[in-house]
Design a protein around this ligand. Structure first.
Ligand SMILES: Nc1ncnc2c1ncn2[C@@H]1O[C@H](COP(=O)(O)OP(=O)(O)OP(=O)(O)O)[C@@H](O)[C@H]1O
Length: 586
């Protein structure tokens, strides 16, 4: 035998009124929405909805379509029943409501809801609903003079704050200021603000839009992009933020649905990369969730998001064509967002390629300029590698891009897809070693003692000493650290600090000696030649330590405590050698 679910009314009323919405304040919106729908149903274009409150008792009266006694039983007393859907159950375009639950929000702040309503010439009926799920309907002894509906709520003890006149006016303005009907709260207007993009004259519209951003959002936008998605009945504006936005923070937009505020921080309206814009929109065909506090994630929203993304992209491309200087200003603020977009979008990649100046060892320039000048795009993947290589590479006529800033290396790697035949090459610090030339065998032999002493002073720092000749001659030494060497250096550092047992375990992971970072001394450098010719092994040790320290600083490498101690020792040691002793002073 088939049975139907049993429903505990009190549970449902409690669930819908207390747990669906995030705050009791939405009761104002739901009542307003019902009044607006009732007026819209009459087909009139002007009407006044009047809200009155004395702080404990609130009424909202509309000259709308009203309800007959039969409709009251059917619509007000059946949870989930709405007059605002068509025969197939679809929400009808002209109404704000659709779920048939909004009236229950009154139970957030009141235990009883009284609805006095008259439809046409039918008798005025009174419906009294209670939060325990019971109701009664009577033919009113005191009929309404005109068709329409008045809803009355008496504040539940503890909910009076929601009935205070300033609060009600503020909420009516917040939700309803753009509604196409007049709404008064204790005689004061809550409506009257048209959509800020409604002025026909473009200059006026622009002034309105900027004024709106300043008044409501609190900033003067970099630009205001007008939005239109006819398929979603959407009009509005995307304000380009005048300050950098955090890409990780989801951008919230001010969204109106059929001119009623849905929320001030609605997510999911723009593609993720659009974090440099804040939208204010009104849409007729986007669906709210049942609590009316978010947009329902459906195909329509997805299409809308895509269309809005296209409009932002179009604005950017237009700016590049018409006003490159302004585009430069924009990129200065929002390059991160644009680069994030360029990771997947060829058009944006072209824009970044042409307009965003990157850091290179031959000055700041766009990637497009760099390619035009040097053909091959050589780049490093981290800023550290760049710092390490920039000077050496320049001295060898190798132009080098710092790909270490967020997204830059990935964007460079995408360039060949844009321009087939384009060559890119990622440079590793160890790659340049191939440009280091070995010293002649005779020299190598003559400096063996020196190299032995130098290596001994570097052994405890886990660093291999090499002697090579390379450009620039002015550079005495380079500290080279590739990724695997970095790992090994760190391991050694940890092991030095660890206890014996643990050090033994770590030792098992130790890499072969080749992976040690390298201190490459430049035999082309006059000072290095002089040091290599020293007979005093103590002075050799001090000098090599000083060169090591200088190479570390030049490469922006972190200075570990052991390095600092060494720098200190070598500095004082050298000073000691340089300053004559008492006996020597005349
Ligand atoms: N002021 C009013 N004038 C005329 N009819 C009303 C009024 N308020 C409510 N109703 C009727 O009661 C029904 C139920 O209202 P309720 O607010 O619960 O749901 P809804 O407005 O249809 O949908 P939603 O849950 O999306 O708000 C409405 O569909 C409407 O027919």
């Amino acid at each position: 035998m088939e049975r139907t679910f049993q429903v505990d009314l009190r549970g449902i009323v409690d669930l819908l009124s207390h747990h669906l919405y995030s705050s009791p304040r939405v009761y104002v919106r739901e009542l307003l929405q019902n009044a607006v729908d009732a007026v819209s149903a009459c087909g009139v274009t002007t009407a006044t909805i009047e809200v009155a409150t004395d702080g404990a008792r609130l009424t909202i009266a509309d000259p709308g379509i009203g309800l007959t006694e039969a409709q009251v039983h059917e619509l007000l007393a059946t949870i989930g029943r709405s007059s605002k859907r068509d025969e197939l159950g679809f929400a009808r375009h002209e109404f704000l409501g659709q779920f048939g639950i909004g009236l229950l929000s009154a139970f957030l702040v009141a235990d009883e809801v009284r609805v006095l309503t008259r439809c046409g010439d039918a008798p005025t009926v009174e419906w009294l609903g209670r939060s325990d799920g019971t109701y009664q309907v009577t033919v009113a002894g005191d009929p309404r003079p005109e068709p329409g509906t008045t809803v009355t709520l008496v504040a539940r003890a503890g909910s009076e704050q929601w009935f205070a006149a300033p609060t009600v006016l503020e909420l009516a303005k917040l939700y309803g200021s753009m509604l196409p009907f007049r709404v008064l709260v204790n005689g004061l207007p809550a409506t009257g603000d048209g959509l800020p993009w409604s002025a026909a004259d473009p200059a006026m519209r622009r002034a309105d839009l900027v004024g709106y951003a300043q008044d409501i959002l609190g900033f003067t936008p970099f630009d205001a992009i007008e939005l239109k998605v006819p398929g979603s009945g959407l009009t509005g504006v995307a304000y380009v933020l005048p300050f950098p936005a955090n890409p990780a923070e989801k951008a919230g937009h001010r969204v109106y649905l059929k001119r009623m505020l849905l929320g001030e921080a609605i997510e999911g309206l723009l593609p993720d990369w659009g974090f440099f814009a804040r939208c204010v929109i009104d849409a007729g065909e986007l669906r709210p969730t049942a609590s009316r506090e978010a947009l329902y994630q459906d195909g329509q929203l997805e299409e809308t998001r895509e269309a809005l993304g296209d409009q932002l992209r179009g604005w950017l491309v237009g700016l590049a064509q018409k006003d490159p200087d302004r585009l430069g200003e924009f990129l200065n603020i929002h390059h991160l967002g644009v680069k994030a977009l360029a990771l997947h979008d060829d058009e944006m990649l072209r824009l970044v390629d042409q307009w965003w100046p990157v850091e290179t060892n031959v000055g700041r320039m766009t990637l497009a300029d760099f390619r035009a000048r040097y053909g091959l795009v050589r780049y490093t993947a981290t800023p550290d590698e760049f710092r390490q290589l920039a000077a050496v590479a320049a001295a060898q006529d190798i132009a080098l891009v710092n790909g270490g800033y967020v997204y830059d290396a990935q964007l460079i790697e995408r360039l060949p897809g844009l321009e087939p035949g384009l060559k890119i090459e990622r440079l590793d610090p160890t790659d340049l070693a191939t440009r280091f030339e070995a010293v002649e065998p005779g020299v190598e032999l003559s400096v063996r003692a020196f190299l032995g002493a130098a290596q001994r002073s570097m052994d405890r720092l886990g660093c291999e000493v090499l002697l090579r000749t390379f450009e620039p001659a002015s550079l005495p030494a380079l500290y080279l650290l590739d990724r695997s060497a970095a790992f090994a250096a760190e391991l050694r550092h940890t092991r030095d600090k660890a206890d014996e047992l643990w050090a033994g375990v770590l030792a098992a992971f130790d890499k072969p000696a080749d992976d040690r970072p390298q201190l490459v001394l430049n035999h082309r450098n006059p000072l290095v030649r002089r040091i290599a010719g020293l007979g005093d092994s103590e002075l050799v040790g001090l000098s090599v330590e000083a060169l090591y320290g200088q190479a570390l600083l030049l490469g922006y490498h972190p200075i570990r405590p052991a390095d600092a101690a060494l720098l200190n020792r070598s500095f004082l040691g050298l000073l000691n050698q340089a300053v004559p002793t008492d006996e020597e002073t005349p």
